[in-house]
Design a protein around this ligand. Structure first.
Ligand SMILES: NC(=O)c1ccc[n+]([C@@H]2O[C@H](COP(=O)([O-])OP(=O)(O)OC[C@H]3O[C@@H](n4cnc5c(N)ncnc54)[C@H](OP(=O)(O)O)[C@@H]3O)[C@@H](O)[C@H]2O)c1
Length: 309
């Protein structure tokens, strides 16, 4: 874990102060903050996007985090009826103010938050961006073209509210997949995101150490599929009709057999039958489970001994 998401207006100030106390001098950790709002005396977060207000917020972040330059500053725009969705509108004045602070060395990298594709394109004519942070999780999708476009350009897509935010995700599909893989529903929701695109960054929040451990374990669930770059989510979708137990192919680079099963497949034995006669020596068997109802994706890896093979 090397990415901490924050804002000086959380509290205000107190979250940055705790992060500073715990993590300064931040060796190997990127602190990503956002500007564009302030916290008022009633606990609301009104927009504050004028160049002067943005400069003040950057200065306040520098002070509360105790740094001379901020790693990443996201300009948070948007709003709308739900308060967290992109709203069309031009951004040169506000983003230009942050680009100027970047030139001055107060910001290392810039990003955007709660924006649409047009706003991303407009910002990129002013200064480079390293990330777009929008609301995205297994139950709240959108921005699919933008995710792909950013991935092609090497720009991270940061999914905020990966676990549902104020309304944590609840789903019988998540529960079923988690039970099957002997993990937690929240870990599955995070793993789903990690599989979604190579440029995906996930920033789950928690107030509990036990939950933090569970959430971090999701990264291990993600790793085997990360090893197979050609097996994208769209490929899985395309092949969803494949009968359970089919061997979809061999990822020769990593010597892995890729298998597909539906939710009712009960064990890796289901996957092994088509492999009879094949030389699987030294191969790992990757079981990919796709929940038929909800595009739910999870997987497990069984390193099989010679006997069980
Ligand atoms: N750019 C923006 O406009 C924007 C807007 C909103 C949020 N964000 C960012 O998004 C990030 C996440 O926000 P968030 O924390 O509100 O939402 P979240 O990560 O989607 O969900 C957090 C909720 O999930 C629960 N949870 C976490 N891990 C769990 C587990 N293993 N088992 C059960 N429950 C679990 C938490 O409860 P417990 O405390 O009990 O674990 C909390 O109720 C933050 O960094 C925030 O800054 C950005």
């Amino acid at each position: 874990m090397n990415h901490i998401d924050t804002a000086d207006f959380y509290g205000p100030h107190v979250v940055n102060e705790i992060i500073r106390e715990a993590l300064a001098p931040y060796d190997g950790v990127n602190i990503v903050t956002k500007v564009g709002s302030v916290r008022d005396e009633n606990g609301n977060w009104p927009h504050a996007r004028s160049p002067r207000e943005l400069r003040e917020q950057v200065e306040s972040n520098l002070k509360t985090l105790g740094v001379e330059a901020l790693d990443v500053v996201n300009l948070r725009l948007g709003g709308g009826p739900d308060g967290h969705s992109p709203v069309a509108g031009s951004l040169p004045e506000s983003f230009g103010a942050l680009a100027e602070l970047r030139k001055q060395g107060k910001i290392k990298h810039l990003g955007l938050s709660v924006v649409n594709a047009d706003q991303v394109a407009e910002a990129q004519t002013i200064a480079p961006i390293v990330t777009v942070q929008n609301w995205y999780n297994v139950a709240h999708r959108g921005h699919e073209d933008l995710i792909a476009e950013l991935s092609g350009k090497g720009v991270a897509y940061t999914a905020f509210w990966p676990l549902g935010g104020f309304n944590p995700l609840q789903s019988s599909t998540l529960d079923a997949v988690a039970a099957r893989l002997d993990t937690t529903p929240k870990a599955i929701a995070i793993a789903w995101l990690l599989h979604r695109s190579p440029n995906m960054i996930v920033i789950p929040g928690t107030s509990k150490v036990a939950h933090l451990r569970e959430n971090l374990a999701a990264a291990d669930l993600g790793s085997p599929l990360m090893l197979s770059p050609s097996w994208t989510a769209s490929r899985y979708d395309k092949d969803r009709q494949t009968p359970r137990g089919s061997v979809l192919g061999m990822c020769t680079q990593y010597s892995e057999y890729i298998g597909l099963c539906n939710e009712s497949a009960s064990s890796s034995a289901d996957l092994l039958s088509p492999l009879k006669g094949a030389d699987t020596t030294g191969s790992r068997i990757v079981t990919v489970c796709i929940g038929t109802g909800d595009d739910m994706l999870a997987h497990r890896v069984d390193t099989l001994s010679a006997e069980s093979r």
